[in-house]
Design a protein around this ligand. Sequence first.
Ligand SMILES: NC(=O)c1ccc[n+]([C@@H]2O[C@H](COP(=O)([O-])OP(=O)(O)OC[C@H]3O[C@@H](n4cnc5c(N)ncnc54)[C@H](O)[C@@H]3O)[C@@H](O)[C@H]2O)c1
Length: 310
Amino acid sequence: MTQTAARKLAVIGAGNMGNAIASLFVSNGWPTVLIDPSDTARANSRQRLLAALPQSASLLSWEAELQAAHDASLIIEAAPEVLNLKQGIFAQLEACCAPTALIATNTSGISINQLATGLKHPERFLGTHFFTPADVIPLVEVIACDHTVEAHIHNVMNLLRSVGKLPVHVRKDVPGFIGNRLQHALAREAMSLLENGVASAEDIDTVAKWALGIRLAITGPLEQRDINGLDVHHAITEYLYPDLENRQTPSQILSEKVRQGHLGVKTGQGFYDWAAPERKAALQQKDATLRALVALLGDRAGAQDEPSGL
Ligand SMILES: NC(=O)c1ccc[n+]([C@@H]2O[C@H](COP(=O)([O-])OP(=O)(O)OC[C@H]3O[C@@H](n4cnc5c(N)ncnc54)[C@H](O)[C@@H]3O)[C@@H](O)[C@H]2O)c1
């Protein structure tokens, strides 16, 4: 983004992530347009954001056509995770947006280089991977494609800091970046444990939350290995690695649930029954609890605000 361009955000896709990203930027004073071809998505988004941020109503707008991004200084794409759909969106955006506009994708892990294929100006294209709920979780992974101008990465990281985020520069465009690689390794093992009858879903999640998760908020996996002792870790890897789940395809239990239409919270059934009153209540409390936790840990996150290698 140049110094002269007026700041304006265009969010492409007014779904789960698009709404949360818009909410974050609007709360920080950014005029924001949400662009989504679905009338229902725009109506839901309008209702949700105006209820949450009535004081920011004048900064928000909703449009169906990508052309509405023409005056945006920053565009964040949060459309469905489909390669050619996203590529089509970028091609259309290039045709209508300002030459100085930066185009970022919130892909969960599709290669940024692959997404940039076909762009006329890949130098202003990059990944900004937010974690859900994007208006609460501090971290954003920032990923360049081979052509992204380094100054744009630097500018976007500063801009993310200015709206209260903790950006991390992912130096290689690997599928899943950092967060989803770690998360999927854990989930693959969790599903394998469940499939093999080692413990119930509740007990597996309890171990993840109350042994690992609570510690992970303070010490990352590498810090924790240093604390435990690398010799101890090395000895464990020798007998444990051969036994860990390493399948290359989705686990059977996952495929079966998807086949049955048990997609989790969105259908009411997944590994848990989300229609149960106590689960509904826990879900409603989740974001408030996360906010409280982030507030508690806030100083720690803020202390790391100068990533190297920009
Ligand atoms: N949900 C998550 O936890 C999460 C986390 C990080 C990243 N992501 C990524 O963010 C992106 C969006 O995910 P989501 O969970 O918000 O999905 P979603 O299904 O909630 O929202 C997607 C929205 O895109 C709209 N859309 C469809 N075609 C479009 C088009 N051509 N132009 C503009 N909008 C279009 C849909 O109408 C929908 O409102 C995906 O790439 C996903 O992988 C999701």
